[in-house]
Write a protein that binds this ligand. Structure first.
Ligand code: NAD
Length: 466
């Protein structure tokens, strides 16, 4: 769906008018195109005293072809704060600022973060990236350390709201032994693949695959080669984008949707050389039929993406029971029933990836969407409760929670609500289906073994919800 206001605001005449009238100014976002470098400029990386990620991050970024610029020593920076150009970082424009805050053990230790971001805030290029690395507060034995680490959330989320110009900011909590497991996450967050992801807190655990692992052999352009991926609701919207991105990354995609959109589905599947399954997920025999097909044709399924969803909006007083039941059945129960049977039949091998599509409505709630928000909050519960169970089988599970994404679903919204959804976020625009798809592809990658139990919003840091 097209956002005419954003096109106008980015045109020659529009830009001037938007500035003069102080209207929302949606920047053009940097999105990934195959062959692009990871970042379009140098990255400034610094660490608080005692930071434990200096070595892995330096190695990982260098091996990804990133040009790292050294920060001046703290003394120079402090002495410099009176000069006019320190807030542009001494003249260098950075594609990203990365800060290792794992060494911060109390609130006084947060001061170096102020020094760093104060000095370099204005040096970040449009669509640049800010990444703060911390230690999960729940793993800190000392209350003061846990407190300081938790404080990083406020800093990062505020930077996301302050910097503007399509710049994103995230906090990544890295388990004490996880080191090199952050590679896929660092790459995703730095790249144009995370264009519409901002203000998020991501957790990376230790997948127990050793230190530097087999990094040399990773094909970052086709990380899913040889994998079989199921995508539900693939005939249009976000599901189609997910199928396309997973196929681009090398997977064989089994695209599923209801028989009523069989033609659309066949087009999607043919286009990506995948296969199509026509199935209504709410049918009582749907899990068995799906498991039979996956088992017979592929013997397994490595990546399961539960994307199919419907809305039937009404306030609860006006909602009939059918509107409640159908939304719960498609958006939540079908995911549980399919997961249970695929796991029971051992069709998801170790290294498997389960990914659910939730919604910011499942986090914030929404007027007229008690049914939908209940189902989508349930999806978050499903991910959280299944995380430890699946970890024992070497399978990860995560969810994306999209905000306002330009699809048929949002095109049907009343215009007032639609404009509010589009503008009330740090990017002043809606996201595209590909933004959700890229986030799912990051979860799906074999290199994301340490990424599990996460609920990541793809919402441009929407003002709705936490
Ligand atoms: P869409 O309506 O364009 O696509 C949903 C697809 O799911 C359709 O192709 C539909 O046929 C399929 N589907 C519905 N019921 C099914 C069933 N019983 N069996 C099999 N397939 C079924 O929606 P979309 O905007 O692409 O949304 C995709 C997912 O993202 C949904 O789960 C939705 O709730 C979620 N989401 C979307 C937005 C947004 O802004 N568009 C925001 C938050 C969450």
């Amino acid at each position: 769906m097209s956002d005419r206001y954003a096109s106008f605001a980015n045109s020659g005449a529009g830009r001037a008018l938007v500035k003069r009238l102080g209207l929302p100014d949606p920047p053009r976002l940097r999105r990934y195109r195959p062959g692009d470098p990871l970042v379009p400029g140098p990255v400034l990386f610094d660490a608080a005293p005692g930071g434990r990620l200096r070595e892995p991050v330096t190695k990982l970024l260098t091996s990804a072809g990133v040009e790292l610029t050294d920060p001046p020593s703290t003394e120079t920076r402090t002495a410099d704060t009176t000069s006019a150009d320190t807030t542009t970082g001494g003249g260098i424009r950075h594609a990203a600022l990365v800060y290792d805050a794992t060494g911060v053990t109390d609130s006084a230790g947060l001061r170096p973060l102020y020094d760093f971001f104060h000095a370099y805030a204005r040096s970040v290029l449009p669509s640049g990236r800010v990444i703060v690395l911390g230690t999960p507060p729940e793993s800190c034995a000392a209350p003061r350390e846990a407190t300081a680490q938790r404080a990083l959330e406020g800093l990062t989320r505020s930077i996301g709201k302050e910097f503007g110009r399509g710049i994103t900011a995230q906090l990544v909590y890295v388990d004490r032994t996880a080191g090199y497991a952050i590679e896929s996450t660092l790459r995703f967050l730095l790249s144009g693949r995370s264009a519409y992801v901002s203000g998020q807190v991501v957790r990376v655990t230790d997948p127990g695959t050793g230190d530097e692992g087999d990094r040399e052999r990773i094909d970052w352009d086709r990380p899913l080669a040889g994998k079989v991926a199921l995508v539900t609701g693939a005939a249009r919207g976000i599901g189609t984008a997910v199928a396309q991105v997973l196929a681009r990354d090398g997977a064989h995609v089994v695209a599923l949707d209801v028989p009523a959109v069989g033609d659309l589905l066949a087009d999607v599947a043919n286009d990506i050389r995948g296969s199509a399954v026509q199935l209504d997920l709410t049918a009582s025999d749907a899990p068995a039929r799906l498991a039979d097909q996956l088992g017979d044709r592929h013997g397994r399924v490595d990546i399961v993406v539960h994307n199919a969803g419907i809305t039937r909006d009404r306030t609860i007083a006006r909602m009939d029971a059918g509107g409640w039941d159908s939304v719960l059945a498609v958006n939540l129960s079908s995911q549980e029933r399919i997961n249970d049977l695929l796991l029971y039949r051992d069709l998801i091998p170790a290294g498997g990836r389960m990914i659910s599509v939730s919604s910011i409505a499942g986090i914030a709630g929404n007027r007229g969407q008690t049914n939908y928000a209940t189902a989508k909050a349930g999806v978050i519960g499903l991910v959280q409760s299944m995380t430890p169970v699946l970890a024992e089988r070497g399978i990860t599970i995560n969810a994306v929670a999209p905000g306002f994404i330009e699809t048929r679903m949002t095109a049907r919204m009343p215009i007032g609500l639609r404009e509010a959804g589009r503008r009330l976020n740090s990017m002043a625009q809606g996201g595209l289906p590909v933004d959700v798809a890229e986030t799912i592809a990051w979860f799906a990658a074999p290199t994301s073994a340490g990424v599990t139990g996460n609920i990541v919003r793809v919402c441009g840091q929407s003002l709705l919800g936490a």
